[in-house]
Design a protein around this ligand. Structure first.
Ligand code: ZN
Length: 263
């Protein structure tokens, strides 16, 4: 798609066209925004929160409980929600596993105890405003552990990729992310506008065509610590462009996970 040299412009056009199709069907395009690896109010995170505020887009921060400081959670706007990003974000993968905090080698009870402890830690740091939603580091968690999450106090889960059902297990609602703006295997900078927009259009058209759960909001995944100027520029432009697309609405994660209207 798109002629030579017109890739970026045609990718923005493809997003607008896809949203127009939803609009023509009388449907709303719900987007949501998750930013991972929050621990301290470092300049990149401060910049991200300022962008969220100026664009009036709700953001869900996935916070690592063991590395987080209380100052991270103070003075946050009501449009910021807090999710739990693992417990310590340490890679425990065995040599035959892909990166994961929750290795199959760790006994289930031990993992649940850590998760429950991390949840209490984050609740205390955030004065109870964190959601009972787990974002497993590297987006990986075994089905056995997912099934047990309610025992550790969780009611929600967020990973990467189109969900196969609204419930990941009994008592666990899931809302994933679908657009990763970081090029993990190519320098860990911005993946590029065309690549990011293509991922979004792909998820939207799969939802519209019934190839993916059509009610799952399309999630944009960011990592403030990895953003280069191109990534920041893209996000600002995305919020700007989507504001003028009539079908688009950025939802607050609490709307899904807590059944609460956006603040
Ligand atoms: Zn992470």
């Amino acid at each position: 798609m798109g002629g030579a040299g017109g890739g970026v412009n045609s990718a923005w056009q493809a997003l607008a066209d896809e949203c127009a199709r939803w609009h023509a069907l009388g449907r709303e395009v719900e987007f949501w925004w998750r930013d991972d690896d929050a621990t301290q109010p470092v300049p990149a995170l401060t910049r991200l929160l300022a962008l969220a505020k100026s664009a009036a887009v709700p953001v869900a921060l996935a916070v690592v409980p063991e590395a987080a400081t209380a100052v991270l959670c103070t003075g946050l706007s009501s449009a910021v929600s807090l999710l739990q990003h693992g417990v310590d974000h340490r890679n425990r993968a065995a040599t035959d596993e892909r990166k994961t905090e929750f290795s199959d080698r760790e006994p289930l009870q031990a993992a649940l105890a850590r998760l429950s402890q991390g949840r209490a830690q984050l609740q205390a740091l955030s004065a109870g405003r964190s959601l009972d939603v787990l974002v497993p580091p590297w987006n990986r968690l075994s089905p056995q552990l997912i099934a047990q999450l309610p025992r550790a106090g969780f009611s929600g889960l967020s990973r990467y990729g189109a969900r196969d059902a609204i419930s990941a297990a009994q008592g666990i609602r899931q809302l994933n992310t679908h657009v990763d703006i970081i090029a993990w295997n190519a320098g860990r900078g911005f993946v590029g506008e065309e690549a990011a927009l293509t991922q979004a259009v792909r998820h939207l058209s799969a939802r519209r065509g019934g190839l993916a759960d059509s009610s799952e909001a399309t999630g944009w995944l960011t990592h403030h610590a990895c953003h280069d100027e191109a990534a920041w520029h893209f996000l600002a432009e995305l919020f700007d462009v989507t504001r003028s697309l009539p079908a688009v609405r950025w939802i607050d994660a609490r709307e899904f996970f807590a059944g609460r209207a956006a603040a």
